[in-house]
Design a protein around this ligand. Structure first.
Ligand SMILES: Cc1cc2nc3c(=O)[nH]c(=O)nc-3n(C[C@H](O)[C@H](O)[C@H](O)COP(=O)(O)OP(=O)(O)OC[C@H]3O[C@@H](n4cnc5c(N)ncnc54)[C@H](O)[C@@H]3O)c2cc1C
Length: 300
């Protein structure tokens, strides 16, 4: 495909958001030079995850730690797990757990809880015992997933998120710098949208930058100095457009994930009753609705 123009773009971080932005920019034929010398940068995209240094530079605070923790594991069944493609989720009484087959032989599982008795340093044997104790009333075949997990295939972490109101007054972009993915909207894992929304960011950011590059190409007759100034302004505008498109989507996802987690993991008798009687089908519909987001095409 013929190149439409060049722009020096530095993407910090090669996770989901960084790679989708890079792929998004390359697809329509925009050349992106990944530079090492900071003086040459025309655009800096912070895709550097939850503890983003670029986000910090933009003024974002370190993500807030919730009272909840997650223990996650991966179990290998050499002869097959027998769950087919079914995803199992159990919640209530302060516990939320899920079991998701990845392929014929592997199951990914998670359990979230509010315990303060364990932390990142806790011995994996104790972690496993903790999980087994919390799921003791679940069916035997589900419990066996945790029982057969290797101790080095488990990990525990405190759940973090960006308080949504921070996005109301913080800068998603400043000058020619912006953030995407977890650097922008770290959220609790309750609706499984962290990675998906990082990809949405990539598509929309690539489109906004693509428009700026295209406009530069159309004006290629202008003098070099004028073009440099003009180019800077267009990039700034492109990044502002991206920020405008992502702000409310990010606020929506962070808030929904937090609320769903709170309701599903609730211990309260009345909340549990209300959830089980009235909210369960609403919550499942909402999960699907949130994932059905059309971020448009790469090329406007
Ligand atoms: C166990 C688990 C299960 C999950 N399940 C789902 C799911 O089902 N669905 C879903 O949508 N999401 C899920 N997520 C969330 C999803 O993984 C994240 O939201 C997503 O990975 C964020 O992508 P990212 O590119 O923004 O950040 P990251 O994936 O964190 O990538 C950031 C990258 O930047 C690098 N980096 C950091 N600092 C610097 C620096 N200073 N310089 C250079 N590089 C740097 C890091 O090494 C890393 O490679 C899950 C997360 C976990 C932990």
């Amino acid at each position: 495909m013929e190149e439409e123009g060049t722009l020096d773009i530095v993407i910090v971080g090669a996770g989901i958001s960084g790679l989708s932005t890079a792929v998004g920019l390359h697809r329509p034929g925009h050349a992106t030079d990944i530079l090492v010398f900071l003086n040459d940068i025309q655009v800096l995209v912070g895709c550097d995850g939850v503890y983003s240094v670029v986000g910090k530079w933009l003024g974002f605070k370190t993500p807030a730690t919730t009272a909840r923790l997650a223990i996650r594991g991966l179990t290998h069944f050499p002869l097959g797990h027998g769950f087919g493609k079914k995803f199992f989720q159990f919640y209530g009484n302060g516990v939320r757990s899920g079991f998701i087959p990845c392929d014929h032989n592997t199951v990914y599982w998670f359990l979230t809880h509010t315990s303060t008795d364990i932390d990142e340093e806790t011995n994996p044997e104790i972690l496993k015992e903790f999980v087994l104790n919390k799921i003791k009333d679940l069916p035997e075949n589900i419990k066996s997933v945790v029982e057969t997990t290797d101790l080095d295939s488990m990990v525990m972490s405190r759940l973090k998120y960006r308080p949504p109101w921070e996005l109301l007054w913080s800068n998603i972009t400043k000058d020619n710098v912006c953030v995407a993915g977890d650097a922008l909207h770290p959220m609790t894992p309750d609706i499984g949208q962290g990675g998906c929304s990082a990809m949405e960011d990539g598509v929309i950011l690539a489109r906004c930058l693509g428009e700026a590059i295209k406009a530069k190409h159309l004006k290629s007759e202008t003098k070099e100095e004028e073009e440099e100034e003009d180019s800077y302004k267009r990039i700034e505008e492109g990044l502002k457009k991206y920020a405008g498109e992502r702000k409310w989507r990010s606020i929506d996802l962070i808030t929904t994930a937090y609320t769903v987690g709170l309701i599903q993991q609730s211990r309260g008798k009345w909340m549990n009753l209300f959830r089980d009687r009235f909210l369960s089908s609403f919550l499942s519909r909402m999960l699907l609705k949130k994932s059905h987001f059309d971020c448009g095409s790469l090329v406007p």
